[in-house]
Design a protein around this ligand. Structure first.
Ligand code: GDP
Length: 201
């Protein structure tokens, strides 16, 4: 039904709610707009989502049991933030690891309203082989992606410029195209929150 009130369509990261965990992406419903978050395990994805939403989303979603599934959070009427399971995880059961690729690929290639994939890279570690593989795969599928360097507080300010340049270069980007954030120190969070909100409008 068409809404007469434009405010109802407004995305907001101020009151994000957990709505679903799913291992079968075909079963997910539809959104009007969504942003997906990907990155290797331990890159700081949960912490970043919490910082962007100013809320303990892991607690809300009942993780840790949900670290191997696609977690969906509602940010507005039908706008979603989608937390994809981290890659490069050595722990899980063999069948979970085998299922990871197809699950993520089916999700990412099956979402008509996917506005952006935030690809998280550890600022100190830099892009790993798997990060580069993910980036190339996103490119090959012509999916919109945005590089976000996490844990930037771990880089000394004297080295930050150089490290940002090196990471951007490895990803084929200009340094200013690489978001540079620290969830712990709040660096770049306000800007990324504004960007995410605008993408969901
Ligand atoms: P995930 O596996 O990608 O969800 O990663 P987590 O959000 O659980 O973070 C992994 C580890 O990195 C935890 O020990 C966090 O406390 C730490 N971490 C996350 N964000 C930051 C940050 O901005 N700065 C620093 N120094 N550590 C962080």
């Amino acid at each position: 039904m068409m809404s007469l009130c434009p405010l109802i369509m407004t995305a907001s990261l101020n009151d994000v709610k957990y709505i679903a965990s799913e291992t079968k992406p075909e079963r997910l419903g539809t959104s009007t707009a969504e942003i997906a978050f990907v990155g290797r395990s331990n890159v700081g994805k949960s912490t970043l989502l919490n910082a962007l939403c100013r809320k303990d989303l892991a607690r809300v979603s009942g993780a840790p049991g949900r670290t191997r599934s696609i977690n969906v959070f509602l940010a507005g009427k039908d706008q979603w933030l989608v937390d994809l399971p981290g890659y490069g995880y050595a722990g899980g059961r063999a069948e979970e690891i085998v299922n990871w690729g197809p699950m993520i690929e089916t999700y990412l290639t099956g979402r008509p309203n996917l506005r952006m994939v935030f690809l998280l890279i550890d600022a100190k570690v830099g892009p790993t082989k798997l990060d580069l593989q993910m980036m190339k795969w996103l490119e090959s599928k012509k999916l919109p992606w945005r590089a976000v360097a996490t844990k930037a507080d771990q880089i000394k300010s004297s080295q930050a410029l150089r490290q940002r340049q090196d990471i951007a270069h490895a990803l084929g980007l200009d340094p200013e195209e690489l978001a540079w954030v620290s969830s712990d120190k709040g660096l770049g969070i306000r800007e990324l929150r504004a960007e995410a909100t605008a993408l969901l409008e």
